[in-house]
Write a protein that binds this ligand. Structure first.
Ligand code: FE2
Length: 180
């Protein structure tokens, strides 16, 4: 679900904007997204076969091994793709957009993500951020998202962060949580 959301958001909000200012610059990432989607689709089809209760043992072992290899390939391909995006694509964004424009695109992406998908993202994003990045992200959500949803996000933060990191957030956001 998260991998699909990644490609959909970029294909819809980032790559067309980049293509408009730097023609030809989005082709590589778009091709990557298609290749990754195909790898993931193949794996999901294999998984469905594997989960079939009637599958013969020998076939299950063979398919299981192929699935494991495919999963490794998908993982490696995603890391390579992310590296490309965080170096080449990011550099192009800095070259062709100012901070305000990038924040606008960021806002479009955030608003387009359904709440349940955003909560799933938070599980992985919050522990990976610096304290200041986390504070900024949560402040933005607090200002723009409904209070019950923001409380759910804080609930995820409490589960996934080590206590000192969560305590820092609690100190900043607790007063607002109580008053909302
Ligand atoms: Fe991507």
């Amino acid at each position: 679900m998260l991998l699909e959301e990644h490609a959909t958001s970029e294909n819809k909000y980032i790559l067309p904007a980049l293509e408009e200012r730097a023609p030809g610059s989005s082709a590589h990432d778009e091709a990557d997204h298609e290749a990754l989607e195909q790898l993931q689709g193949n794996l999901l089809a294999q998984l469905e076969q594997l989960l079939d209760p009637g599958i013969p043992d020998q076939q299950a072992r063979r398919l299981g091994y192929e699935f494991y290899q495919g999963l490794t390939q998908l993982h490696a391909a995603h890391l390579e793709h992310m590296f490309e995006e965080e170096t080449a694509t990011q550099a192009l964004m800095w070259q062709h957009f100012n901070d305000e424009e990038m924040l606008q695109i960021h806002g479009q992406i955030i608003r387009s993500i359904p709440p349940e998908v955003m909560l799933a993202w938070m599980k992985y994003i919050l522990p990976a951020q610096t304290p200041e990045e986390r504070r900024q992200l949560l402040a933005g959500m607090q200002a723009n998202a409904p209070a019950p949803f923001f409380r759910q996000v804080l609930g995820v933060a409490e589960k996934v962060l080590e206590y000192p990191a969560y305590a820092q957030l609690e100190a900043v956001f607790k007063t607002v949580e109580v008053s909302s």
